[in-house]
Design a protein around this ligand. Structure first.
Ligand code: PGA
Length: 240
């Protein structure tokens, strides 16, 4: 099956860069299933250009006195389709814990947004053979209290933290084993079989090999999504 490609632009690009990026894409992603996650500020620009888009963050609150936050209903009202929740950079720099992540996932689903829910272990946790334990806790705590019907709108992104931005990726076998573990856990605990994306140093060179993994449904790409040539090469691979 054709795999999903989600492009996490993180906090990169100013307005001029974004316009150049869109010009260079030359309508190439518009009719595709590729999801662009631009900085919040540029969401309306991508929407006006008819891209399928997601927000890199959402508020766990409804509209009201929450200075600096953007609500799910506000995002939904301009045509945002996806919310990225639980990314390790937000867990690390914004101190987002499993409880907060769980509240955000619930709020996004309540407002009709699809969720890309990130989980992943650190290098130390991997070395101490704690990967399964960490992933299970993130899944169980992140998704608690969400019914089966809503869970079908949650895609899990497995992003080993030691692989993000490092150029180091797990072997295909490792990804297969971990993905099976994630799916098994979700089935056992929640009776839901998630789609699982892989993220961490995916680029135009390694994506063809990673694309052979049947167990994963696609990719969440950071660094390589900033270069249009790389994006177009990755698109070619997933759409083959
Ligand atoms: P990377 O980032 O592709 O630069 O490793 C992935 C991510 O953080 O989503």
């Amino acid at each position: 099956m054709k795999k999903i490609l989600a492009l996490n632009l993180k906090m990169n690009f100013d307005y001029k860069d974004i316009k150049n990026y869109v010009v260079a894409l030359n309508d190439n992603l518009k009719a595709s299933d590729i999801i662009v996650l631009p900085p919040m500020l540029f969401l309306p620009y991508f929407i006006s250009q008819n891209y399928k888009i997601g927000a890199q963050n959402i508020s766990e609150f409804d509209n009201g006195a929450y200075t600096g936050e953007v609500s799910c209903s506000q995002l939904k009202s301009i045509g945002v389709a996806y919310a990225l929740i639980g990314h390790s950079e937000r867990r690390q720099y914004q101190c987002e814990n499993d409880d907060k992540i769980n509240s955000k996932i619930k709020k996004a689903l309540e407002n009709g947004l699809k969720v890309i829910f990130c989980i992943g272990e650190t290098k130390e946790e991997r070395e101490m053979l704690k990967t399964s334990k960490v992933l299970k806790k993130e899944i169980v705590d992140g998704l608690k209290g969400i019914d089966e019907n809503n869970l079908k709108n949650v895609i899990i992104a497995y992003e080993p933290i030691w692989s993000i931005g490092t150029g180091i990726i797990p072997t295909n076998k490792d990804i297969v084993d971990t993905t099976k573990f994630i799916i098994d856990t979700a089935v056992k605990v929640f009776n839901y079989k998630p789609k699982v994306l892989y993220g961490g140093s995916v680029n135009e060179k390694n994506i063809a090999e990673l694309n052979k993994i049947n167990e994963i449904s696609g990719f969440l790409v950071g660094g390589a999504s900033l270069d249009v040539k790389k994006v177009l090469k990755m698109k070619e691979v997933v759409e083959k």
